[in-house]
Design a binder for this molecule. Sequence first.
Ligand SMILES: *Cc1c(COP(=O)(O)O)cnc(C)c1O
Length: 376
Amino acid sequence: MTASFLPFTRPSIDEETIASVADVLRSGWLTTGPKANEFEAALSVHCGGRPVRVCNSGTVTMEIALRLAGIGVNDEVITTPLSWVATAGVILAVGARPVFVDIDPITRNIDLDKVSAAITPRTRAIIPVDLAGLPVNRDKLHVIAQDHKLRVIEDAAQSFGACWKGKPIGSSFGNDSDFVSFSFHPNKNITTGEGGALVLPADIDPAACERMRLQGVRRFGEDGMDVEVLGGKANLTDIAAAIGLGQLKRLGEFTERRKALARHYFGHFDRNLACQLPPEDFENSNWHMFQILLPSGCDRARLIAAMRERSIGIGVHYPAMHLFTLYRRLGYKEGDFPLAEEAGRRIVTLPLFPAMLDSDVERVCSTLADVLKSLV
Ligand SMILES: *Cc1c(COP(=O)(O)O)cnc(C)c1O
């Protein structure tokens, strides 16, 4: 092994951010406080002034959104099987049933044309996922949501910094009743170490969200306190918020660099390899990931091992979720969502992160071509 190992992603944390974390550590106040408030205000500006509350994970923001929307036992929530397990996990966590709808094979996001057929009298909400940072069609989504009176909880964990019609994801696209969930896990486009944020609909009191993230506690007067709902423990520390503030400053730069690297991939990728490339979207996507489908029949495990031997990290995001044991127990089985299953078997994530060099992209492309030829 000569070249240094190229992971599929890596966060970029600058010295100024590290110094701001040190300042918090010296300040005497570590948990949710002035930095978290400042981070929420900055996120709200990014989202066109909508209310935003930060939490300690993206997952918990979606669980809180479902609870605030009153979704629970006997309810159904529609989502995609091609996502991180958190997306459907939160539906189960509140006692509701996840109802999967197959993907569009080009965008790899939920196929909105198939949603109507999955709706029953119990359907209460839809959780669309912007896989790899490519936004689900918001116009179409809102027509469906309005027609069927569904609450929308956008799983925008991967699409922070992406746009729809020139406005950042998280903004209002004519429907103020949506929740939008972001994740700041280290693999995401900006990070707080671990963390997340929830953009709140106009009809939800931000104080109710604050109670959900901290034990349901409501305070009043100088010494008054009551608990009316069961909350959890999901508040973000000021340590994490300081990282987020430093990251948010660089969002534009990060997104531009990701786009440039994605363009470089398209320019250098050998189109004769029988791989399926992602849509060439340079208007909306934040290029959270550069994902390809391997040629059908290619041994993915062997390819990943061979790439690792050549110092290149390859990710798998994700196997189709309905085939995991937990979901098979609910009655889902092989063949239910053939397009998601096919993508789940063939998909790989190539390295893409802001600090990567153009020459790294070229190395990934040429190494992948060599390895694919050696495997057939
Ligand atoms: C990362 C991610 C989540 C969960 O975010 P956490 O901050 O890790 O809880 C949810 N959905 C999708 C699609 C993700 O990629």
